[in-house]
Write a protein that binds this ligand. Structure first.
Ligand SMILES: Nc1ncnc2c1ncn2[C@@H]1O[C@H](COP(=O)(O)OP(=O)(O)OP(=O)(O)O)[C@@H](O)[C@H]1O
Ligand SMILES: [Mg+2]
Length: 475
């Protein structure tokens, strides 16, 4: 296999739409996780810094002020006052205990729990708790301790407020990106869809299919490519049809020439032979009795052979050339053909329902041969008792088609399957040559229908409506 050749067996397993949805959703989620992690790591680090710095300041103040406790008139009161002041500072809490640890100060003395932030969030951000004790001394006694603890609750609250604002914003941005990506993908798929529809119609044989104009340059190039391909295919098909029609015309011309040669050459000679034989038969009557009887018998045999030869020649001429140009319209030719079947299938009733019509010699002959082969098949293979040939323009707006149907009441193709042989292949070749569509025999109820339809365009135009006559029936 050549490299890059199409591999029709390989079915596509991915859809661009799903890829885009999952891709953008995954990307938004990953982005949210990364931003959230960076945000939290950074927040944890700054909470730690803030707390450490506040703790350092508070420790410094307590150390400095506790050195002067002994000068105060009431040392414990001064210590409680100091604890209250420190307790008002951010990120720290302070309280006073007696030497055995009983809390003496009024302040909370206990670090606050964050109110709004959930526990898991506080646990992630909270730094290692810090606790220091500063002894309250009045020489020589230790009256108690000022205890200092770190209090990250308010800082965590602040971070939580920011977090609550940032994360929904990121999630919202992700949703917007997802919606935008989806809208883009749908727009792309819609534009690809119209090109694919045009290609599908081309593949189905409709070479007039074109992709509509596209506003975006990339799709405009694609549509142009599809349309260029369609135009090329259409011109190739037209050329092909023209050549086939030409071939058909030549072949019909040859057949017509053969028919003329037979008619003009063999016909008169056969006629002359029969006349001469008749004369000889008359003369033979006067021959001596010994000779007269065998002579008359031999001449009679010759006469019969000459008649058979004349019949054969006539039927060969009729088969080669069912009519002479301008002789008859299509419906009349079909009527003639139906009558000719009386010899082959006397019990079969063949009916022609058609308007007087002529679409030019070549097309008329194609339709004629289609009908002839279809009737023959119905009689031969289907054992039909009734065959109907219908010829009518399709109902509906222009451009219309002429539909020719041969409907028979026979048993239809064996197992419903038609294996084309010379007959159907010949019909198909002719149909292609005149741009017609052939539908091989198909069962429809208890009937078998074979159909040929062709566009009624400039090439195949029926006579003006004024020239048509009421529908005729031949049987
Ligand atoms: N109206 C019909 N009813 C039943 N069978 C049909 C009919 N038309 C076609 N067939 C089936 O289609 C086959 C192909 O038809 P086709 O005319 O191509 O070949 P054929 O008649 O067998 O031979 P020939 O080449 O001499 O025409 C037939 O053999 C027959 O089985
Ligand atoms: Mg046949």
């Amino acid at each position: 296999m050549t490299e890059g050749a199409a591999t029709p067996d390989r079915k596509p397993t991915a859809s661009l739409r799903l890829l885009a949805v999952f891709g953008v959703a995954g990307l938004s989620l990953s982005l949210s996780v990364v931003v959230g992690t960076i945000f939290l790591t950074n927040a944890r680090w700054s909470v730690e810094e803030e707390i450490a710095s506040a703790y350092r300041i508070a420790s410094g103040i307590i150390e400095e002020r506790s050195a002067r406790f002994s000068d105060a008139p009431d040392t414990m009161l001064a210590a409680i006052e100091l604890a209250r002041e420190i307790d008002h500072l951010r990120h720290v809490a302070a309280y006073v205990t007696d030497p055995i640890g009983v809390v003496l100060s009024e302040g909370s003395g206990v670090p606050l729990e964050p109110r709004a932030a959930p526990e898991w969030f506080a646990a992630m951000l909270a730094p290692e708790p810090r606790l220091s004790s500063f002894p309250i001394t009045r020489y020589p006694n230790i009256l108690g301790n000022v205890r200092l603890v770190s209090d990250p609750a308010d800082e965590i609250e602040e971070v939580w407020e920011d977090f609550r604002l940032v994360m929904p914003t990121i999630a919202g941005a992700g949703m917007v990106a997802l919606a935008f990506a989806l809208a883009m993908i749908l727009a792309i798929l819609r534009r690809l869809g119209v090109c694919r529809d045009a290609l599908d119609r081309l593949r189905a044989g409709d070479v007039t299919a074109r992709a509509p104009e596209q506003g975006l340059s990339e799709f405009a190039a694609l549509a142009e490519g599809v349309n260029a391909l369609a135009t090329h295919l259409e011109s190739e098909q037209r050329e092909n049809e023209r050549l086939q029609r030409r071939l058909l015309t030549l072949s019909e011309a040859e057949r017509s020439q053969l028919a003329s040669d037979l008619h003009d050459g063999v016909g008169p000679s056969l006629f002359a032979l029969r006349v001469a034989l008749r004369d000889a038969q008359v003369l033979a009557l006067d021959a001596p009795p010994m000779l007269a009887a065998p002579l008359c018998e031999a001449l009679g045999a010759l006469q019969r052979h000459a008649e058979a030869l004349q019949r054969l020649t006539r039927s060969a001429i009729a088969s080669l050339r069912p009519m002479l140009p301008g002789d008859a319209s299509l419906d009349e030719m079909l009527g003639e053909m139906a009558c000719s079947f009386m010899d082959i299938a006397p019990s079969t009733r063949i009916e022609v329902v058609a308007q007087p019509l002529s679409l030019g010699e070549v097309v008329d002959l194609c339709i004629y041969r289609f009908a002839q082969e279809s009737v023959l098949n119905a009689v031969r293979h289907g054992r039909a008792q009734q065959v109907r040939i219908e010829l009518a323009p399709e109902a509906g707006p222009a451009p219309r088609r002429l539909v020719v149907r041969v409907i028979d009441d026979g048993r239809g193709p064996p197992n419903g399957v038609t294996e084309p042989s010379y007959g159907l292949i010949g019909i198909m070749d002719r149909a292609r040559a005149i741009g017609a569509r052939f539908v091989p025999p198909q069962r429809a109820g208890n009937r078998t229908v074979t159909e040929l339809s062709l566009p009624l365009d400039e090439t195949n135009r029926p006579p003006p409506s004024g020239a048509t006559h009421p529908e005729k029936q031949h049987a």
